[in-house]
Design a protein around this ligand. Structure first.
Ligand code: NAD
Ligand code: ZN
Length: 408
């Protein structure tokens, strides 16, 4: 049966609203209302004005139209793509307001704003996130988002500056225009809300992995790379009931955290010289079996080449470590793919549907005691954003966040 775009949108909204959970009590009534007397005339926005330099600028807060939402920012995670942009501006976006892993509280909204993108009620006082949704479209290009998103959503923290300026979550206030994808996530704590966007990447990767038909509850799963992405991968797998997980990395501290997030065993590649020895260590971790399924969560081409060796004949692989071009990898198509009959999927970003699942993941992970929010190792105020970005680049922590101090 052919399904048109509007139908897809309706179906997705329906599913998301069923997944939605319970809304927290609102601070005020909805409908063109504002939190009384608390909104200043101007807002601070961290603008990347040149490579390696954000400047905190002051801009007037725009008039909130009938379809718009003004959000007071509470916090925003620093993404690898922010660090990439900070260092190199590869897409020539400067000047640009960054920050897409943000969350905050609605302080004012237009009279037409009644529901979020999942059909949940919206009120002043509710906590929200935006989403740069990707349609299930293999031809999608990163900077064509506005046109290709379901619902024609606006995208925040990624696109060049415009006349509103309040376009990124690295700011005091963000101006969410009508038609944007926005979710009411009042039932999640602040740190969990900051982790929604990166977690959605892993929910999507696991959904992609499931399409191979290989990933089962009792699968032996290897997760290679224990940065925030690999660690969240482990937490998503564990939360969905997969319990036989080996984490592979060269960083002992990250491997320890992998255990706390649900990995049963760890393999430190520094302890094993050569791919045969490393493969033997992975095999030993599964009691003498290779992995049924593996997730590649590093941006290292060598790691891509290595991971095929860890997988059994007929097993599966999800490659999600190359959000950007990290160079070519050398594999042997005969030994690594054909003769092993590997079921390979790639995974890039997420879809609108994955967002609803992600809210549930974060609640469930907390429910089973996984310390997911401890992924946020560093918190900086907005005025220290350059230091935050440098900390991200130094890779001394895991997730770095910009936080508005309480009461500010
Ligand atoms: N698919 C997507 O949509 C998507 C989204 C976000 C990020 N990513 C990608 O995911 C990757 C990981 O992101 P992150 O934030 O966790 O990065 P990160 O750099 O913090 O972590 C990468 C980890 O891989 C480890 N590593 C490096 N080489 C290795 C090897 N040969 N074997 C085992 N481990 C090795 C490092 O020690 C590090 O802990 C990045 O390359 C990023 O581009 C993809
Ligand atoms: Zn991100």
């Amino acid at each position: 049966m052919a399904v048109n775009e509007q139908d897809v949108e309706l179906i997705v909204k329906q599913i998301l609203s069923q997944m939605g959970g319970i809304s927290a009590p609102s601070a005020a009534a909805s409908g063109g209302q504002a939190a009384s007397g608390t909104i200043p005339k101007t807002a601070r926005v961290a603008m990347l004005v040149e490579k390696e330099r954000f400047e905190v600028k002051e801009f007037p807060i725009p008039e909130v139209g009938d379809d718009d939402i003004l959000v007071k920012v509470e916090g925003c995670g620093v993404c690898g793509t922010d660090a990439h942009e900070f260092k190199r501006d590869p897409f020539g976006l400067i000047p640009v307001a960054r920050g897409h892993e943000g969350t905050g509280e609605i302080v004012k909204m237009g009279k037409n704003v009644k529901k979020d993108s999942a059909g949940k009620d919206l009120h002043v006082g509710d906590k929200v996130v935006t989403c740069m949704i990707f349609k299930d479209d293999p031809d999608i290009t990163m900077f064509d988002l506005n046109k290709q998103n379901i619902g024609q959503a606006e995208v925040y923290g990624l696109l060049p500056d415009d006349e509103y300026h309040l376009n990124g979550w690295f700011s005091d206030y963000i101006f969410i225009r009508g038609g944007s994808t926005v979710f009411n996530v009042s039932d999640l704590d602040l740190d969990s809300r900051i982790l929604i966007e990166p977690s959605a990447v892993l929910v999507h990767a696991v959904e992609r992995a499931k399409t191979t038909g290989i990933l089962r509850f009792n699968s032996r799963v290897a997760v290679q790379g224990c940065g925030p992405i690999g660690l969240l991968c482990i937490a998503v797998l564990r939360t969905m009931g997969i319990e036989n997980i080996t984490a592979v990395d060269g960083n002992a501290q990250r491997l320890e955290f992998a255990k706390r997030l649900g990995a049963n065993r760890t393999v430190n590649f520094n302890d094993h010289q050569g791919i045969e020895a490393l493969t033997a260590a992975v095999e030993a971790s599964f009691g003498g079996h290779l992995a049924d399924f593996a997730f590649q969560c590093t941006g290292n081409p060598k790691a891509h080449a290595n991971i095929y060796k860890f997988i059994r004949n007929g097993g599966g692989l999800c490659e999600l470590g190359f959000f950007v071009n990290g160079g070519d990898a050398t594999i042997n198509p005969h030994f690594d793919l054909c003769s092993k009959e590997i079921n390979l999927v790639g995974s890039w970003v997420y879809t609108l549907r994955d967002y609803g699942t992600t809210f549930d993941f974060l609640k469930r992970a907390k429910g089973i005691g996984l310390p997911v929010t401890e992924l946020i190792t560093h918190k900086f105020p907005l005025e220290q954003i350059n230091e935050a970005l440098r900390t991200n680049l130094a890779m001394t922590g895991l997730k770095i966040a910009i936080l508005t101090p309480p009461g500010a």
